[in-house]
Design a protein around this ligand. Structure first.
Ligand SMILES: [Zn+2]
Length: 203
């Protein structure tokens, strides 16, 4: 088993015309288990080239097609499909906004208020009291109640689950743990929590 870097993106499927997500793992780069999206700089070098791999239609996995990830000066600048891979000269491309894909993903996370926010909630503040207010995804949240607490999955530290609400998004489950080193918390919808019942709810 080796380590992989992973490329994520979206292309229009040449078979059904819908947008499909793809994911390509490679051992070619630094292999620090990094995730790369459009707009990310993968290497410091100046190289312009296309990384080609095979993908499939989401509706029929037997329908294959080729995807090309185009790099310009080490940055992922474009996703190509089938013939575009042959007809595109990577030297003729241009750089784009640094981190574009990650910005778009985070904006989507903020719109749905479902994921890990950029704001920080100090782990040491737990357990939070009812009516405690904090900011996440750019809006204000209020703690309704401590839902449950249990020993951490990876460490002996406690993990705290709260019911929280915001004017903009309504009810969510907020999960506070120092496992989320940067933000100290994650906020999930009930639908998300229902997918992993044993994590979030006492049966
Ligand atoms: Zn398709």
């Amino acid at each position: 088993m080796g380590m992989f870097d992973t490329f994520y993106g979206e292309v229009t499927c040449p078979h059904c015309g819908e947008i499909h997500e793809f994911e390509e793992q490679t051992k070619q780069y630094d292999c620090l288990l990094e995730e790369f999206r459009i707009g990310d700089y993968v290497e410091r070098g100046n190289s312009n080239y296309i990384l080609k791999f095979e993908w499939f239609c989401d509706k029929d996995r037997n329908k294959r097609f080729d995807i090309g990830i185009a790099f310009y000066k080490g940055q992922i600048v474009k996703f190509l499909v089938n013939k575009e891979i042959e007809t595109t000269n990577p030297e003729s491309l241009d750089n784009i906004e640094d981190g574009l894909g990650k910005r778009l993903i985070y904006e989507k996370t903020c719109r749905g208020a479902d994921g890990i926010p950029k704001e920080k909630l100090e782990y040491e503040l737990n357990p939070l009291t009812e009516e405690y207010k904090f900011t996440a995804f750019g809006v204000e949240w209020e703690v309704i109640r401590l839902y449950r607490q249990k020993e951490g999955f990876l460490s002996k530290d406690m993990e705290y689950y709260y019911e929280v609400k915001s004017k903009e998004h309504g009810m969510r489950i907020m999960y506070a743990s120092n496992r989320f080193r940067d933000s100290g918390m994650a906020i999930y919808t009930l639908e998300h929590c229902n997918e992993y019942r044993s994590l979030y709810f006492d049966e």
